[in-house]
Each structure stands twice: as C-alpha cells, then as structure tokens.
Design a protein around this ligand. Structure first.
Ligand code: MSP
Length: 535
C-alpha cells in the first residue's frame, strides 16, 4: 500500500492581495507535496483562506462592502495566484464555507461539554491587527502591541475560555516523545521558554465586540475566536464530524499517514501550543511535524502588507517564467531560515543554476548528439571512460540523498544536491573532451559512452527538479525525445533509459539574463507592486 502524506499551508488572511512572502510559503509546500506524489506517496495538499475576524470586518467597512463580498474578492486573488504559481493543492478551504462553519460549531460545543471551554469574562489589552489579547506587562506603559507595535485597546467583555492547564502536560510529553515535532529545534525552545514555562493563561476563545465570525451556538452575541476557527481548518477540510469523512479517515486517522503543517515563524505559537491542545481535547492525534520556515525580508525588514514593501509574484512570473520564480524561492533562502529578497540575487541565482548549469548541460549534450549521431542517443555501452563509474555512482548517491533530505523537509539542501550532479556532468564533458574523441575512430565507444551517460544524467536531473520546474522539466524531456510513459520517477534508476532515443533540438530552457538590465526591471516592479498586484 502506498504511504500517505498530508501537508498544509497556513490559511491566509484575505485582507489584501497576496505577495511574494505568501507565495514563498505555498510554493515550498507545493514542492514538497509534488515531490512526495512523484515518489508514489498518496498525498493530500491543503491550502485556503482565513476569512473571519475584526480586521476583515473593519477593512470591508472601510471599503463600503460586506465582509463576505470583501473576502470573496480577495480569496479569488489567492486562488488565481496559486494557479499562476502552478500550485497543486487538492482542496482550497475557506473558513466561511458551511462545511467549515458547521464543524467549528460542533467542535466548540464538544469542548464546552468536556468543560475544556468555560464562560467567564475578560479584561485585557487587545490588538485588532494581531487579533490578540496582551497583558499589562506585555503592552508596557505606552500600551503598544508587542508583536506589531500598534496601539492596543482596553477591553472588558464576557467571554469563553479554553483551559490550557488541563492539556499542558500532554503537550510537553508530546514534545518529548516527538523530538522533530517542531522543526527547526530552536523554534521549540522558543515556545517552551517564552510561553510555556512562564505559565500558560487560559485562552480567550470567543468575542462579543464584533460579529464577523462563526456564531457560538451556546450563547447569542458571541463569535468563535478567529484562531480556534482557523486552526481547525486542517481537519474540517478533511470532513471531520461531517457525513462524508473518508478523507479524514485516510489522512488523519491513519497513524501511518505523515501529517505536516508548514507555517511561518510568526504563527508558531498557535500551531505548536494551542493546536495540539485542541486536538488533545478532541481525542485526536497530533500532527507529526510543524515545519517553521523563516520570513522573506526586504531591505527594510519583513515583507508585509502593512509595511507596503511587498513585491508581487506576477510581474516576476511574467518576465522570467513560473519555474524560475519557483526555483528562486526554493534555493535562495534555506528552508527554515530567514532570507532577504534582492533583485541581484534573483537574477544571479537563475543565471548560475538554471542557465549556466542545467540549461547549458542540456544544450551542449543535445548539440553534440545531433552533431555526432544525427540525433540518436547511442546505447549504453557499460563503463568505458575512467569517470563513467564515478558519474553513475554520484547519480545514485544523489537520488538517495535527495529522498532522505526531502523526507526530512530539507528542501533547499535536497535541490542543491541535484545542482551538484548537474555541475559534475558539465565537468565530465570537459574531462572527456568529446570533440577530441569524435576525431579518433578508435574512441567510438568512449564517445558513445559520454553521450549516453550525459543524456541519462540529464533525465535524472530533470526528474529530480520536476517538483520545482513543473514546465521546464517537460521541455527538457521533450528535448531528450523521451516518450510520456518513460518519464516516471522509477526510471531514475534505469541505466538504459535513453538508449536509442531521438533528441529534439529546442530553445534554451533558461536564456542567460543580463544582470544589470534585469536588476533595473525588478527594481521597477518593486516600486509599483500594488498596481501590478491589483491588475
Ligand atoms: N491566517 C493566519 C494563519 C492561520 S493558519 C491556521 C495568518 N495569515 S497571514 O496571511 O497573515 O500569514 C500566513 C502565512 O504567510 C504565515 O505563515 C506567514 O508567516 C506567511 N508570510 C506572510 N508574510 C511572509 C513573508 N514575508 N515571508 C514568509 N512568509 C510570510 O497568519
């Protein structure tokens, strides 16, 4: 039976247009999902939008539309961006859908019945932007939100609370027994030291000061706290507590299904403290891993809607193609660390890895096969040249470490290994100097071996990169003359795969970019991200 894999992105606030920071998270998750599917895992990939809350209500009012109209429009923008980025999600959950709202009400009622949620009243400092309450000490004398720095409001309202202390021991036990639950590990220590050790206060899980939320059935005037609403999307989308819960059975209830949430560091606390506790209340298993990626920064700090320093993915896709943008996102910032977007790095990365390394390898090989063999790839003749064995072994080693690194969610590292293989293949050309071999009839077997080894290595490189290069990998296979049915992952181990294929000379996969000119182009895109995004 196929192994199972369930992966999710955070569900995004449809409060303004998505930018490259959002695309970063979804693209990396997509690359993982595609990689697993390619390798035969039964995979479910979920993304969506988090549509309730005071902030959305206020933004909609400011625009003179209803909150539903407001989120309908922006949710569409997210869906369109994912289409443009070639995101392969299996479902898109919106928290205003009946399937979600009804289930959240059931979940809330269940927690009330269990006495995990109780009615009391709340006085505290509230930040509308972060949708979070803070204590007197946290907001300081100036009464500013410790997260975003905006002024907070004093609030006093009847509210439901979630009993954290009841589940904290189980949470810590889960951390202990599952050392990779929170990855990277530094993110776990942060949770324990900053939030759990000082003592977790009960979490306020209902609101009465606004109406744009899921009504609490138990008490009129209350809506469910947006984070309790949002986090449960990971199970409501699978059909939890619904008539058809087959996906829930397959991807949540089966202990052999690996469950991974990919999130940004700013929402770690919700995913690694409250979410496992909520699941504990419901008697459900917890995810295997919460992978906390870093933030994409700009020169002046975090790329964010509120700062207005965003860049949209669209103009980049339009000019450089979706694969170049996907590759940049996966490779430039080590997955798990913070990184900074700069136009120079963007152009240099595409030139060095895609144009000069992979693209060049393909071009040279196809040209030589056309020139020396009229386009037909010679059959594998065994290991003829001194370095044939080395290239074959590196190929197998790359496949093995690619799988291990991917399973460990070391996405950037996994694809860097593939680049090492492509680079080695380029050097293999220099070492064997096929142009000299071609002049010597006694070296016919040597030349045939070089061409066959190169073509086969190119297939492996293309296949391993295909979760990122969703379009160009197909173009690469076309140039190799590889029939559809031979493009499957199992064939990465087939040493005879390319024997006798007829190559097709084509356009370069990635034309080399003029750094200076392209940097100028991107700087212009950064200056006008809002207009472009809206378009
Ligand atoms: N709605 C909540 C998540 C609920 S999940 C149950 C939310 N939405 S968000 O739209 O503000 O952010 C969603 C994700 O996008 C977060 O993981 C956040 O880290 C990520 N990013 C937003 N800006 C980003 C960057 N500049 N760089 C990388 N990721 C970024 O939080």
């Amino acid at each position: 039976m196929a192994k199972k894999f369930y992966i999710t992105t955070p569900i995004y606030y449809p409060s303004a247009s998505p930018h490259l920071g959002h695309a970063y998270c979804t693209t990396l998750t997509d690359i993982i999902a595609r990689g697993k599917r390619m390798r035969g895992f039964e995979t479910f990939f979920l993304t969506g939008t988090d549509e309730h809350g005071e902030k959305i209500q206020k933004n909609a009012a400011a625009k003179g539309v209803t909150p539903q109209e407001f989120v309908d429009e922006i949710a569409e923008r997210f869906k369109n961006l994912w289409k443009a980025m070639k995101i392969s999600n299996d479902d898109f959950i919106r928290t205003t859908e009946p399937r979600h709202e009804q289930t959240v009400q059931k979940i809330f009622s269940k927690m009330v019945e269990l006495d995990d949620i109780y009615l009391s009243s709340y006085t505290g400092w509230y930040c509308v932007h972060e949708e979070s309450y803070w204590t007197e000490t946290q907001v300081g004398e100036e009464h500013l939100c410790p997260e975003c720095g905006r002024p907070v409001e004093k609030k006093d309202e009847p509210a439901y609370f979630y009993r954290c202390e009841k589940h904290v021991d189980n949470l810590l036990k889960y951390y202990d027994e599952n050392p990779i639950f929170i990855t990277p590990e530094s993110r776990k220590n942060e949770m324990i030291n900053t939030f759990i050790k000082p003592g977790l206060q009960d979490l306020c899980v209902s609101r009465t000061s606004f109406t744009w939320g899921i009504p609490v059935k138990e008490k009129e005037g209350h809506v469910v706290y947006v984070w309790l609403d949002a986090l449960t999307n990971y199970i409501t989308a699978l059909g939890y507590l619904q008539d058809d819960d087959s996906r829930f059975q397959t991807f949540w209830q089966d202990p052999d299904c690996e469950i991974v949430h990919v999130i940004g560091a700013d929402i770690n606390r919700f995913h690694t403290i409250y979410w496992p506790m909520f699941l504990d209340s419901l008697g459900l298993r917890k995810p295997n891993r919460v992978f906390v990626h870093g933030l994409m920064m700009m020169k002046d700090g975090k790329m964010s809607k509120s700062k207005g320093n965003t860049i949209s993915a669209y103009p980049l896709i339009e000019r450089y193609g979706v694969d170049a943008v996907r590759y940049y996102l996966a490779s430039e910032i080590t997955f798990g660390q913070d990184g900074r977007f700069t136009p120079e790095d963007f152009v240099t990365r595409i030139n060095s890895d895609l144009a000069n390394n992979v693209g060049n390898l393909l071009n040279r090989t196809i040209s030589m096969i056309s020139k020396y063999y009229g386009g037909e790839i010679p059959a594998y003749p065994g290991r003829v040249n001194d370095n044939d064995g080395e290239l074959e072994e590196l190929t197998e080693k790359t496949i093995r470490s690619y799988e291990v690194l991917n399973d460990d969610l070391k996405v950037t590292e996994a694809y860097a290994e593939v680049m090492v293989l492509a680079d080695r293949a380029n050097k293999y050309i220099e070492e064997n100097a096929p142009w000299a071999l071609a002049k010597d009839p006694e070296k016919a077997a040597n030349l045939a071996s070089v061409m066959n080894h190169l073509a086969r290595t190119i297939f492996v490189v293309g296949k391993l990169l295909s979760p990122i290069l969703v379009e160009k990998s197909e173009a690469l296979f076309n140039q190799l003359g590889l029939p559809e049915e031979k493009r499957t992952y199992e064939n990465v181990h087939d040493i005879h795969l390319v024997d006798g294929l007829n190559v097709n000379k084509g356009e370069p996969l990635f034309p080399r970019l003029d750094i200076e000119a392209e940097v100028k182009e991107i700087v212009a895109m950064m200056a006008a991200p809002k207009e472009k995004a809206a378009a």
